[in-house]
Design a protein around this ligand. Sequence first.
Ligand SMILES: NC(=O)C1=CN([C@@H]2O[C@H](COP(=O)(O)OP(=O)(O)OC[C@H]3O[C@@H](n4cnc5c(N)ncnc54)[C@H](OP(=O)(O)O)[C@@H]3O)[C@@H](O)[C@H]2O)C=CC1
Ligand SMILES: CC1=C(/C=C/C(C)=C/C=C/C(C)=C/C=O)C(C)(C)CCC1
Length: 294
Amino acid sequence: MQMLSSGVCTSTTQLPGKVAVVTGANSGIGKETAKELAQRGARVYIACRDVQKGELVAKEIQTMTGNQEVLVRKLDLADTKSIRTFAKDFLAEEKHLHILINNAGVMMCPYSKTADGFEMHIGVNHLGHFLLTHLLLEKLKESAPSRIVNVSSLAHHLGRIHFHDLQGQKFYSAGLAYCHSKLANILFTRELARRLKGSGVTAYSLHPGTVNSELVRHSSFMRCLWRLFFFFIKTPQQGAQTSLYCALTEGLENLSGNHFSDCHVTWVSAQARNETIARRLWDVSCDLLGIPMD
Ligand SMILES: NC(=O)C1=CN([C@@H]2O[C@H](COP(=O)(O)OP(=O)(O)OC[C@H]3O[C@@H](n4cnc5c(N)ncnc54)[C@H](OP(=O)(O)O)[C@@H]3O)[C@@H](O)[C@H]2O)C=CC1
Ligand SMILES: CC1=C(/C=C/C(C)=C/C=C/C(C)=C/C=O)C(C)(C)CCC1
């Protein structure tokens, strides 16, 4: 347990007057991340696809932290219309955005497509967050210093960006599709950090650890593994530590673009360090989403 608890966010940063958005904050790691941000005084937006689930969690966080500024807004990352509506309403409602935590994710779902026809893993985990970040970027710049935290995974090591088959139409493996999307999270973070140099907005990616959550819902094998090794798996609260570290730690700005695990910078795969792939993925993502390339 001592080993699993390694990587605790010890930052004492408090967040009165700060605004944070956490995607997929109605469960697992996202919920614990939102709770801690609320505990530190931020106004926290729980951005989730199931508003009812979100409201229950918001009430729980309000009661536990005494912070009433925990708000729930609908965001379905599998539908660009929903992402655009979320962003439009948020921009109309809020003057600032200091912390964006792109946490939501799906793993190992059977082949399926988002409302816009993207394969579900790349669509939700990468393209959905890419669009959301793009739409909120001006607000983040206006609110600088501000941070973007992308929750990726160790699983990125098995990922590849197959530009000829990004949507998995020629070959599909649910496990690998997840790995590809988590690699995309890291490439996005690195390219974002490069583009944002000097803007006061910094970006970080991370592996949260192996965490007991609903992520394994689509795989009976993983569910069994999780049950069997329950004792070795992090709690969602432990799993939230590296997200919190990246969002809160003072003086992390010069590590923008890096990948973290257990609250330390960690190595990423050769593909994840490839700047050519990162730039090309950026352009392809813009193209798919109808965002002007700049
Ligand atoms: N658990 C682990 O061991 C690991 C997790 N991670 C990463 O951590 C992140 C959080 O996962 P975790 O807390 O474990 O898993 P959970 O399944 O508990 O949380 C995932 C969250 O994402 C939300 N989500 C899924 N699809 C969408 C969508 N289309 N639109 C909006 N929200 C959506 C879920 O909403 P809903 O409740 O409605 O389904 C849920 O709130 C993920 O990015 C995952 O890849 C990385 C490495 C290991
Ligand atoms: C081998 C092994 C394990 C398996 C770990 C696995 C399979 C982790 C998968 C992580 C994923 C899928 C992360 C999501 O992004 C346990 C359970 C830790 C217990 C110790 C032995």
